[in-house]
Design a binder for this molecule. Structure first.
Ligand SMILES: CC(C)(COP(=O)(O)OP(=O)(O)OC[C@H]1O[C@@H](n2cnc3c(N)ncnc32)[C@H](O)[C@@H]1OP(=O)(O)O)[C@@H](O)C(=O)NCCC(=O)NCCS
Length: 148
């Protein structure tokens, strides 16, 4: 990620922002908690963020490491696409990822998103944690390409 990890204060600030954005009018950010159906345990977060006067959006997500590779984020990403195209009536949805993030690229491909671009040193890393500049892929899907 290019943000975090958060301490308790950082997490509180993140949640405060999420709640403020939930109550904003017009609403342009939809940030969701990911919980396990059987226990309600919080295991991650995903979101869809509107751009271009509400006709396009960017996706983002993160999952606790203990729950990787069980198909959870593919399930979430498909639901974000359904929500974006069916409920929000969007034209196009995109997502960016570090070119070294094979799992997230795979999630996007499993959802029918297409790799449209590769950008050199386009994303700044976290000082002291990452490389200063990271390469990114752009994935996208159009409303007419989306199959539930
Ligand atoms: C990316 C992330 C959300 C994926 O969540 P997940 O629930 O494990 O994803 P899924 O189980 O639905 O699918 C993962 C797929 O990636 C594949 N995969 C896992 N690691 C991989 C790697 N290093 N290279 C290529 N593919 C990989 C899995 O095999 C699986 O594909 P398959 O179903 O064809 O076998 C999770 O790894 C994560 O939270 N990572 C840290 C945060 C992050 O990177 N967020 C995105 C920033 S853009």
């Amino acid at each position: 990620m290019t943000w975090g990890p958060y301490d308790e204060a950082g997490t509180r600030a993140f949640l405060k922002t999420a709640i403020e954005r939930q109550n904003a009018t017009p609403r342009t950010s939809y940030m969701f908690a990911i919980t396990l159906k059987e226990s309600g345990r919080l295991i991650g977060h995903c979101g869809i963020y509107l751009t271009d006067e509400g006709r396009q959006a960017v996706l983002g997500w993160i999952l606790h490491r203990d729950y990787w590779n069980r198909g959870y984020m593919t399930e979430c990403a498909k639901e974000l696409l359904r929500f974006g195209f069916e409920d929000l009536r969007l034209h196009r949805i995109v997502a960016y990822c570090n070119t070294e993030n094979g799992a997230t690229s795979r999630v996007m491909e499993k959802c029918g998103m297409r790799r449209e671009g590769a950008f050199k040193k386009s994303k700044r890393g976290r000082p002291g944690i990452d490389k200063e500049w990271n390469d990114e892929y752009l994935y996208a899907i159009l409303a007419e390409e989306w199959c539930p």
